[in-house]
Write a new protein. Structure first.
Length: 403
């Protein structure tokens, strides 16, 4: 089977996912187009016709993000007609699933090169606006003990004893590390500034980072999921599923949960042919990947079992991984991951995460891979693992090796 190499990785900055966010005026297809053009500008020897497929993760596939945005973006960016495109949805893991799917094609001998990543314009296409039986059909939701993700996060914190101070301290760490990484230029290698129709740069850094965040400010924020949990009845559903819990402590709020943002990311994947035929230099190799299902009410504990499965397939131990990127959907997620795998926090999200910079649902997994690769190179380290919790009770993990 062919080895799969990462030749390049780019992303947009993440803009606040509101109407006053700087990326609100940019269509999601345009975010992808600018990244496609940037990749070919950075790799001019690569003929566009060698791209077998564009695989994009996108969660809310309606309106401007509907109608197979991957193929539409490939056309709009000027790629040849013979380049295909497919859009996939594994909820929050969609961007990493896109990379893993492309890697599977390449390993099986299909094609020489793929573009894989994701996009989500959450200010223009609101999260949840696509509906779905899981949320809206009582015949599905009731027997499945459905609860919103935020209540799931609070359930995990209650079950495993993570108090609000611990979560807030982790959130403060995220903002401080992200601000430091931005100021020191750690993200510049992969960051592609977004331009408007006039060619003017409108955003060249992640917009959501708050360097002035303090514990006092975080303490002042009201819990986000208490009302829906108590008044909406979802606490009762969670307690019915987990009767050992008497009361759910609502400890997550906007300051220790991932921010809603707009953004996109792309990774250029290929076989050794890109090096031999076009002189491109591979930066990393994809070693293994895995997905797993987990109990759907608690929902957010998938990263640890997915990572264990990927580690087993790579014949590696958690200790041999030099850096981890664990999506900060909620502060409890990376903290629980660290405790389950006995990974020190100084290996996890060393440049901050989604609490500070935001979580553009379909793109985040691909963003994590690029961030991981840049930091492995900067620190001259070898192995990195990216992982995300996934709605519906799933987990995903991918291990890369820097070359």
């Amino acid at each position: 089977m062919s080895e799969v190499y990462i030749y390049d990785a780019v992303r947009t900055p993440r803009g606040r996912g509101k109407k006053d966010g700087k990326l609100h005026g940019i269509r999601p297809v345009e975010l992808v187009c600018q990244l496609i053009q940037a990749l070919f500008s950075r790799n001019p020897s690569l003929p566009p016709h060698e791209i077998e497929d564009v695989v994009l993760g996108c969660v809310t596939q309606i309106q401007e993000q509907g109608s197979n945005i991957a193929k539409i973006a490939a056309q709009a960016a000027g790629l040849p007609d013979e380049v295909a495109g497919v859009t996939i949805n594994r909820f929050c893991a969609s961007g990493l699933e896109a990379i893993n799917t492309a890697a599977a094609y390449l390993k099986s001998g299909v094609g020489k090169a793929f573009l894989a990543g994701g996009v989500e314009s959450m200010s223009r296409v609101p999260m949840g606006s696509d509906g779905g039986a899981w949320y809206m059909d009582p015949a599905v939701a009731f027997p499945g003990y459905f609860i919103p993700q935020g209540v799931s996060a609070d359930l995990i914190a209650t079950l495993y004893g993570y108090d609000r101070e611990t979560l807030d301290n982790f959130a403060l760490r995220s903002h401080r590390l992200a601000a430091e990484a931005t100021e020191k230029g750690f993200f510049k290698k992969s960051l592609v500034p977004v331009k408007n129709i006039l060619g003017e740069v409108i955003l060249d850094r992640d917009e959501n980072i708050r360097p002035d965040t303090t514990l006092d400010k975080l303490r002042s924020l009201e819990p986000s999921f208490m009302q829906v949990g108590v008044m909406g009845g979802f606490d009762a559903v969670a307690i019915q599923k987990y009767p050992e819990v008497e009361t759910i402590r609502h400890v997550h709020h906007p300051g220790n949960s991932s921010a809603i943002v707009d953004g996109a990311a792309l990774v250029l994947l290929g076989t050794e042919a890109l090096y031999k035929e076009y002189g491109l230099i591979p930066r990393a190799k994809i070693i293994s990947w895995a997905v797993t299902g987990s109990e759907p009410t608690i929902m957010l504990l998938g990263p640890a079992p997915a990572a264990r499965k990927a580690l087993m397939r790579a014949h590696l131990t958690p200790e041999e991984i030099d850096l981890y990127e664990v999506n900060e959907a909620f502060a409890v997620v990376p903290l629980r991951f660290a405790d389950e795998l006995h990974v020190p926090l100084d290996k996890i999200n060393v440049n901050g995460g989604a609490i500070a910079m935001g979580h553009p649902l379909g793109a985040t997994g691909a963003i994590l891979v690029g961030t991981l690769l840049d930091e492995l190179e900067r620190r001259n380290l070898r192995y990195g693992l990216a992982t995300l919790c996934v709605g519906g009770g799933m987990g995903i993990a991918t291990i890369i090796e820097r070359i």
